[in-house]
Design a protein around this ligand. Structure first.
Ligand SMILES: Nc1ncnc2c1ncn2[C@@H]1O[C@H](COP(=O)(O)OP(=O)(O)OP(=O)(O)O)[C@@H](O)[C@H]1O
Ligand SMILES: [Mg+2]
Length: 241
């Protein structure tokens, strides 16, 4: 019997093209995320970061390109099926249901998939973000923006993704909660059960947490590599506003 080949990639995106209303938004995005790493997708406003994530999730149709999660092609399957196969997505602006309780918000992803609650997993979320446990019976809309972000991350984690996808988790959030989210990302990385795709404009947050990076410019990757190789010149050319 031959052993299964060791997976050297968590996610690959090859030549992803997306148009919206007839204009080309992604012009061939290519990137590779290694297992057990944090990958930062960066770039100025409007370059196509969120569009890349939406196409990855199957929420926007791609004109062409290939997406592979641990060797499984995702291109032809629905968004729900992609989530089931291991993509855990926290959209920009986080998407909490304001009139549902924190508890209902937390378990809605599991319920939608008919998955059972697992108390060890739930406790793990409460340890990562104690505020979720404390505010379990409040309405989601009563939480601060940062607390809602933690809730949205907790909800995605409960589905035990292979890739956790965060779209600008620090946007508009107070510094102490940014630190808590950073600590959670470090802990998840150390546990080594998933990779993390972090879309961010907060450069220091990326530098602190990221293993690899790619920078988008007008819908394509303009620079990429190890985070340790992200130079001042690259930052000036593609990130400074
Ligand atoms: N629904 C839409 N209709 C028309 N144009 C859109 C739509 N969604 C995105 N775009 C355009 O696509 C481009 C990329 O948008 P996208 O949201 O992916 O950028 P982004 O890099 O996530 O920016 P930000 O950092 O501001 O979130 C922008 O020029 C935007 O105006
Ligand atoms: Mg965006």
């Amino acid at each position: 019997m031959t052993a299964a080949p060791t997976q050297t990639e968590n996610l690959t995106i090859a030549n992803l093209r997306v148009s919206i209303g007839g204009s080309a938004i992604l012009r061939g995005v290519t990137l590779t995320i290694r297992p057990q790493t944090v990958f930062c997708l960066m770039g100025r406003n409007g370059v196509g970061k969120s569009t890349t994530l939406k196409a990855l999730m199957g929420l926007l149709p791609a004109d062409s390109g290939k997406i592979n999660l641990e060797g499984t092609p995702l291109d032809r399957i629905s968004s729900a099926e992609r989530a089931r196969l291991g993509l855990g997505y926290v959209p920009q602006g986080r998407d909490i249901f304001p009139h549902l309780t924190v508890e209902e918000n937390l378990f809605i992803g599991l319920n939608a998939r008919g998955q059972k609650r697992d108390s060890a997993q739930t406790d793990r979320i409460y340890t990562l973000f104690p505020i979720i446990k404390e505010f379990l019976h409040r309405k989601g809309g009563m939480l601060s923006g940062g607390q809602q972000q933690q809730l949205a991350i907790g909800r995605a984690l409960l589905t035990r993704p292979k890739l956790l996808i965060l779209d600008e988790p620090t946007e508009g959030i107070q510094p102490n909660i940014i630190d808590q989210i950073g600590d959670a990302i470090k802990m998840l990385r150390a546990e080594g059960e998933m990779s993390i795709l972090l879309v961010e404009q907060y450069l220091d947050f990326c530098k602190e947490l990221g293993d690899d990076y790619a920078i988008l410019e007008r819908g394509a990757v303009a620079a990429s590599g190890k985070m340790s190789g992200l130079t001042e010149e690259i930052v000036k050319e593609f990130l400074t506003v």
